[in-house]
Ligand binder design. Structure first.
Ligand code: ADP
Ligand code: MG
Length: 629
């Protein structure tokens, strides 16, 4: 007998979940189900992601519904459409043998008419995102006066997204006697406040250490130079030919850019973020679930709570703004007893963030080296051999061609033949990784002092725009998209001007341009020296940095293409500049916005401000945006 029976779940439901592979309850289910079945308590359940919270509340709800009555008896609120669909599907699956059960999903971005029609037909369990739910309540299209149970799933995320008022409004239409169940992976102060405001004397259940990481997840970090990030990321992916991963970026724009770059580079990837239409998001999720996508590039909000089986890797392409989000991200892998790897690709200045995350998750990261070109090529080669071994041969189809094929290869030895077939695929990687650089940044670069000794030029990237005393900051129209590293640029400047490297101060590499400092009395010499110089047919332009430089902000963002742009545009000290900041933090500080306004012209600004408002929601609440770092 399935132990779920002993917990008090009826046969019809147990049969359905047994088919789903639920052979025994997870710890949170085992502890929560008996309490919730009594129906007499408010409840707070804290458990890591992937521990089966949906069934922990879904199964008791299904037991407590009166199927003879066709009005809303339970309301489940959750932060995103994806989660809303996932929860309603899960519950429908649990209730598959209960012919009279009716579950409706209510979420934004989809046709409201259909949802209203579903509600009208009669519904017992409503699964909803707060915005659309409020909308439907305002139309007086649903009556919550007989709701007995309200579930708040991923409550912290709903608060982060600024749904507090919507939730207040929705809950005010439910009776005071209802019971409220709150489920979350973490318990920040804000959630504690909800528990206090909405609940009376809730039973609280914490599984494992609060906020602690899942034991099935290994955490790794790679230290690379900001401009090598995209290349390093691709190597990590290439080194794991069977990867089925979710890649987290911090903003919608970054998400979109990385996805586009990957697609261009021939990867099986797509983006999931809030700027996509409902249909687009559904399509992407479906392709990912069906495994016709290998890499899902997502924002924190869009992927919150997403449950896809057997995700092998979570990649933090950018670390999240809030430490708690690291737990949510990594929780997309290592689910349902499987193991997974959570990877952070960082620059040397972000090491302290790794240490902070370690404290929160109670687990150590392993510092891992970015594979060399050789490593990747070798791994791909044996991946290919493995595939040849595993491939299913369709005899029926292939037999008809065999005589001709054999004819072609008649003379060839087995060894020669194998070599040739393998080379077919292998050459691509061999070619791609020919002469590939070591992408590992020396982690000891994390310097104690951030106060700007000249020897650290450029690495800091977070000081003001002014040059150091005695130095003048110059603009040059060459940058990372031209395949220049900082060292290359230094050499280029010295070679063309004859000045010594010691006379060059900080170098700020950007996308299509850069800044560098020279000793002030050499300024004219440098400008003069570059006048006749061109770079691949393009005049090299040098100007004293000032207004001229900043007007290039927009161009940089859009400029370039491919690998370089990602590396440099997104990260090369971008925090400092308004225009870039918007990409990085999806809303950022007011100061960031003000600066961006100053630098962008009329129409660009309108476009920008519209985007930003949504970005804010995606990136966290505008009101209480916090950064833990
Ligand atoms: P959480 O909400 O805690 O992040 P989910 O409810 O999304 O987790 O469940 C995570 C995964 O574990 C889902 O794929 C679910 O089907 C599976 N699962 C849940 N409970 C069990 C169980 N008792 N036995 C096997 N798999 C389970
Ligand atoms: Mg969940």
């Amino acid at each position: 007998m399935n132990p779920f029976n002993e917990l008090g779940i009826r046969h019809d439901i147990v049969n359905a979940i047994t088919e789903l592979g639920f052979e025994k309850p997870t710890p949170i289910q085992e502890s929560a189900i008996p309490v919730l079945l009594s129906g007499s308590n408010d409840f707070v359940g804290l458990a890591q992601t992937g521990t089966g919270k949906t069934a922990a509340f879904g199964l008791p709800l299904l037991e407590l519904i009166d199927y003879k009555k066709n009005f809303p008896q339970a309301l489940i609120l959750c932060p995103t459409r994806e989660l809303c669909l996932q929860i309603s599907n899960d519950i429908k699956n649990f209730a598959k043998n209960l012919p009279n059960a009716s579950v409706v999903a209510v979420y934004g971005g989809a046709n409201i008419v259909n949802q209203l029609r579903d509600i009208k037909r009669g519904v017992q369990i409503v699964v909803a995102t707060p915005g659309r739910m409020k909308d439907i309540l305002n139309r007086k299209a649903i009556d919550f006066s007989q709701v007995n149970y309200v579930v708040l799933d991923e409550a912290d995320e709903m608060l982060n997204m600024g749904f507090q008022e919507d939730i207040d409004e929705i809950l005010s239409t439910t009776p005071d006697t209802k019971k409220t169940w709150l489920f979350s992976a973490t318990m920040p102060r804000e959630v504690r406040a909800i528990a206090q405001n909405y609940m009376t004397d809730p039973k609280e259940l914490t599984m494992g250490t609060k906020n602690s990481g899942n034991v099935n997840i290994d955490h790794e970090y790679y230290v690379v130079k900001a401009r090598d990030k995209y290349a390093a990321f691709k190597r990590i992916v290439d080194y794991n030919p069977d990867i089925f991963g979710i890649v987290f970026c911090r903003t919608k724009i970054e998400t979109q850019e990385i996805a586009e770059a990957l697609i261009k580079d021939g990867y099986n990837a797509d983006a999931l973020h809030g700027d996509l239409s409902q249909q687009q998001r559904d399509k992407v999720m479906k392709r990912y679930r069906d495994r016709s996508l290998q890499l899902l590039i997502a924002t924190d909000v869009a992927a919150r709570g997403i449950d896809v089986n057997e995700v092998t890797h979570v990649i933090n392409y950018s670390l999240p703004d809030e430490i708690a989000n690291y737990t949510h991200r990594s929780g997309r892998t290592g689910r349902a007893g499987k193991t997974g790897v959570s990877i952070a690709i960082i620059n040397s200045r972000e090491l302290h963030k790794i240490r902070q995350i370690e404290k929160v998750i109670g687990k150590q990261f392993t510092k891992t080296e970015v594979p060399t070109g050789f490593d990747v090529v070798e791994k791909q080669l044996f991946g290919l051999i493995h595939k040849v071994n595993e491939v299913e041969v369709n005899d029926q189809q292939i037999d008809q061609y065999l005589p001709r094929i054999m004819g072609e290869f008649g003379e060839m030895s087995k060894e020669e033949l194998i070599k040739r077939f393998v080379s077919l695929e292998f050459n691509r990687f061999l070619e791609y990784y020919k002469g590939a650089r070591d992408l590992n940044a020396d982690a000891t670069e994390e310097r104690g002092s951030r106060d700007g000794k000249r020897s650290e030029r450029g690495e800091r990237g977070d000081r003001g725009r002014g040059a150091e005393a005695g130095f003048t900051r110059l603009f040059i129209n060459l940058g990372a998209v031209d395949d220049f590293s900082r060292g290359d640029l230094l050499g280029y400047i010295c070679n063309n001007t004859g000045i010594s490297g010691k006379s060059v101060g900080r170098i700020d590499m950007k996308g299509v341009f850069s800044f560098f400092e020279v000793e002030s009395d050499l300024t004219n010499q440098v400008i003069e020296a570059f006048k006749p110089i061109d770079y691949h047919g393009r005049d090299v332009r040098i100007e004293v940095s000032g207004d001229g430089g900043s007007s290039n902000g927009g161009g940089e963002r859009r400029g370039g293409g491919g690998e370089r742009r990602r590396g440099a545009g997104g990260f090369g000290g971008g925090e400092r500049r308004g225009g870039e900041r918007r990409e990085r933090s999806g809303g950022g500080s007011d100061r960031g916005e003000r600066r961006s306004r100053e630098r962008s012209g009329g129409s660009a600004f309108r476009d920008f401000s519209g985007k930003r408002r949504e970005d804010r929601r995606e990136g966290g609440s505008g009101r209480s945006r916090r950064s833990d770092w």
